[in-house]
Design a protein around this ligand. Structure first.
Ligand code: 6GU
Length: 266
């Protein structure tokens, strides 16, 4: 997968040299290209922003450097060939005004040949850049959630990690991707390691039983309990057809009603 990132603070993206993503780059699985947006300016001051038409606080990113930068992402080849073998690259524009990025988004984007990230700063990028880019890219304004960051860089680090780890070969043991939070719409169960008794705190006894069916049931009940406690919005989104008899009993005990159509608070 090819990933292009444009930012006026390319140093922010240095973390992509580290850990799993850095290893995947070394191994040639991820082709990550970070570029300084100011390299695409033509004036002496390397200007990337200007005042907003219509007035108001802050500055807006000028369209010209963005057009030059994004045009370079349309050439240079991908693993699939020089022209990217036909698939339009996806242009992700981090913004608190975007669609919320979720695990399902990460799975969807992990299938793409090329992702391009346009990091905005200030009040954002001139809207015409997004319209113009729509001629050559699938444009996706994306938010991490309902809070405001100063720019897109931190959001890009989060999204590239969430997407990159789903690309085949990036995570050594793909089994570890199966049982994790959000993969089945529930939060992960709690985990424990040695010693079995630590500062007067034992681990749940069932984990020492060797009874794998009982352990699986315990973990599933813990997932349901935690999710009901911390993220009731996720419980309300569960599809009843994915719930077995024991799941239904656990949810009833947690104050939910499971009908054929939905899971509802009682
Ligand atoms: Cl993707 N960008 C910015 N600037 N702020 C955010 C965000 C993104 N997601 C949440 N807040």
């Amino acid at each position: 997968m090819r990933i292009d990132v444009f930012s006026i603070f390319p140093e922010y993206l240095a973390a992509l040299d580290l850990s799993l993503i850095g290893k995947a780059r070394q191994d040639g699985i991820l082709d990550v290209r970070v570029q300084d947006l100011r390299a695409f300016t033509t004036d002496r001051h390397r200007t990337v922003d200007d005042t907003p038409y219509g007035g108001g606080a802050g500055m807006v990113m000028k369209p010209e450097p963005w057009a030059e930068a994004l045009s370079t992402a349309l050439s240079g080849g991908t693993a699939e060939g020089e022209s990217g073998a036909g698939e339009r690259p996806t242009l992700i524009v981090p913004s608190p005004a975007g669609e919320v990025f979720a695990q399902a988004t990460a799975y969807e984007l992990a299938e793409k040949q090329q992702l391009v990230f346009a990091c905005g700063r200030y009040e954002g990028i001139d809207e015409r850049v997004l319209e113009w880019a729509g001629e050559n890219f699938d444009v996706r304004p994306m938010s991490l959630g309902d809070y405001v960051l100063n720019g897109g860089e931190v959001a890009v680090l989060a999204m590239v990690e969430a997407i990159g780890r789903l690309v085949p070969g990036v995570v050594g043991n793909p089994e570890s991707l199966v049982e994790e939070s959000h993969s089945d719409g529930l939060l992960e169960y709690p985990v424990y390691t040695k010693p079995s008794l630590w500062r007067d705190r034992p681990i749940p006894e069932v984990l020492l039983s060797g009874n794998h069916a009982k352990i699986a049931r315990f973990r599933r009940d813990e997932q349901l309990r935690r999710t009901a406690e911390r993220r009731p919005d996720l419980i309300a989104k569960l599809n009843p057809s994915t719930l077995d008899k024991a799941d239904r009993a656990a949810l009833e005990a947690l104050g939910w009603t499971v009908t054929a159509e939905a899971v509802l608070p009682r």
